[in-house]
Unconditional design. Structure first.
Length: 591
């Protein structure tokens, strides 16, 4: 983006915000009235089917077969379960609220209401959410962890049941945002207390004091029995190391999956929608924590997680390992995300401290690209620019591999060999450093008057509650969209595209799409016998005892696996996308 257009976007004319939502948009000349009516009818039928047929008590998984005989979240799920982790229950709920904002029709509000009540039932006493909830009760959930969960070789977060909340993958944040929107919709008191419990969770879980001040752990409250290592059966290649060098990773200050950014966004939405300006100091502390934990040059980046307290002779704030395939190292993609967040923090605060060390971070990222040999010799790295992990001190890429065939006889290990890397956790990342550099240069050169205007439009300058952005599910909501006057146009949906969506829905009232993954049914714990083959090194699944999801079009090349078509099913993410396109056609948002 050229500088002139970039600055122009920063200076877009503010508009008056109110605490009420604008419902129902009139047809535009480009939208035939009969097609618009058909689109609304399709939205009604699709949402009713999801609410009344597909959901379980208002809760959603990620995918299911049309007859509901098998359901999946990130792993196979019981029919009585729902997934909080996106794109699960709160993701569907946001889509329902968006449809209500677009049309004003109660059928969409009722679906959102039922989903919000499911989230309230799934809310833990601490105020947050686990990745999943089982409406059949805790014993049923523990049974799932003891069977399907612990046999998912590559899904270590499901190997143990801790009973606490997670900030990982924006599960708690997305659920909290949905409760906020439901409360603001009609000020229904049923949603107020659960919403404030979610706010309290974010405040109580935030570290206070020291270098970790303002940061958040991956899970809270801390579970004393959390796993601190993974079993390492015989077979670890000589000269290699394993992950979890820093033990239990759940209390480390977490940047992975933008934990801080999602919590900050939720708090700022509460400032906007509820007028809760008391939350602003917590937001500022979180922003400062990110800036503070940037490592010293020349490796001026961030890891997935950093120590919250000193451990094993290493100081608080030092990069830490996480899961066994997430070694103690700097993470290039996390660094790029944090650079983007610091740019956003400057927009919201006008504080130049958030820009001060971005050049150092970009300079470090430029120092550690993937080599031509790495790109040529590992097909999984093609199209990527940087290794995922970079060793502390040496600046050498580190690569993760695995041996064995299941969680009992296999393990992950780390070395410098760029070949035969994991398929389920990319060894390389595509980073757009030129775009980050250009954005930094524009913001760094803004005159004081422009910075003051941005600051005046920020939630930090609010004196009273204002309306939230209209849509949450049509695209990911970013922090700059919280500036007064900032609006993102919805995608332009043509009459042909809308017509095709309606046709694809048909009279069955759901969109059947090829499901991206299937799983082996649980059949007991896998064998401990050593497996020395290489068939599972770079596949998403191990032997038939492994309950990890995999693409049936790309199975391991070993019997009894065979390549087969992806089954047709109902995919929650695809439903939300399709509904969003009809919303954008029916009630587009203009800039």
């Amino acid at each position: 983006m050229q500088r002139r257009s970039f600055v122009k976007s920063l200076l877009s004319t503010p508009f008056a915000l109110t605490a009420t939502s604008s419902l129902a948009v009139e047809a535009t000349p480009s939208q035939p009235a009969d097609l618009r009516s058909s689109a609304l009818d399709a939205m009604r039928r699709a949402v009713r089917h999801m609410d009344e047929k597909v959901s379980y008590r208002g809760g959603y998984v990620w995918a299911c077969l049309p007859d509901l005989s098998v359901s999946w979240g990130e792993m196979e799920a019981k029919r009585s379960m729902c997934w909080i982790q996106p794109p699960g229950t709160p993701t569907a709920g946001h889509a329902f609220i968006d449809a209500w904002h677009a049309t004003g029709e109660e059928v969409f509000y009722k679906a959102a209401e039922r989903t919000a009540l499911a989230l309230i039932e799934a809310q833990l006493p601490c105020g947050g959410w686990n990745y999943i909830h089982d409406f059949a009760g805790e014993e049923s959930l523990k049974h799932w962890y003891d069977t399907i969960g612990r046999n998912g070789w590559r899904l270590e977060e499901f190997h143990h049941y801790y009973g606490n909340a997670t900030f990982d993958d924006a599960g708690s944040a997305t659920a909290s945002q949905m409760l906020l929107r439901m409360y603001l919709a009609k000020r229904d008191e049923r949603f107020r207390a659960p919403l404030y419990r979610a706010i309290d969770l974010v405040l109580k879980a935030q570290y206070a004091g020291g270098v970790a001040d303002g940061g958040w752990p991956q899970r809270w409250p801390h579970y004393a029995g959390a796993a601190s290592k993974m079993d390492a059966p015989p077979g670890l290649p000589p000269g290699t190391t394993q992950g979890m060098e820093d033990g239990d990773y759940t209390p480390h200050v977490t940047w992975n999956d933008d934990v801080a950014g999602e919590n900050i966004k939720f708090l700022l939405l509460c400032v906007m929608g509820l007028g809760e300006t008391r939350l602003l100091p917590a937001v500022k502390r979180a922003m400062d924590c990110m800036a503070r934990m940037q490592q010293a040059a020349p490796q001026a980046g961030w890891a997935l997680q950093h120590l919250a307290t000193p451990a094993n002779g290493r100081p608080a704030g030092a990069p830490a390992g996480a899961r066994s395939y997430e070694p103690r190292a700097l993470a290039t993609h996390t660094t790029a995300t944090n650079i983007q967040q610091l740019l956003h923090y400057f927009r919201l605060t006008g504080d130049r401290q958030y820009l001060a060390r971005i050049p150092e971070a970009i300079s470090w990222l430029k120092s550690c690209p993937l080599s031509d040999a790495m790109l040529a010799e590992n097909p999984q790295l093609r199209g990527r620019t940087h290794p995922t992990f970079v060793e502390l001190g040496t600046n050498r890429p580190r690569f993760v591999h695995r041996y064995g065939s299941n969680v009992r006889n296999g393990a992950y290990y780390v070395d410098y060999d760029h070949r035969d890397t994991l398929s389920h956790y990319s060894a390389g990342r595509m980073l757009r450093l030129d775009a980050l550099q250009a954005e930094y240069e524009v913001l760094a050169s803004l005159p004081a008057g422009v910075i003051a205007e941005m600051r005046a439009r920020s939630p930090f300058a609010l004196k009273a509650a204002v309306a939230l952005p209209r849509y949450f599910s049509l695209q990911k909501l970013s922090l700059p969209e919280l500036l007064a006057g900032a609006k993102s146009a919805t995608a332009s949906i043509s009459t042909a595209e809308a017509t095709q969506l309606i046709r694809d829905l048909g009279d069955k009232n759901y969109w059947a799409t090829p499901l991206p993954a299937i799983t082996n049914p649980y059949r007991g714990d896998g064998p401990r016998d050593a497996f020395t083959g290489r068939e599972y090194m770079s596949r998403n699944v191990g032997d038939t005892h492994d309950t990890s999801p995999y693409d049936p079009q790309s199975p391991p090349e070993i019997a009894p696996y065979t390549k087969r078509p992806r089954p047709l099913g109902i995919n929650t993410q695809q439903f939300v996308k399709n509904l969003g396109q009809l919303i954008a056609f029916y009630a587009p948002e203009k800039t």
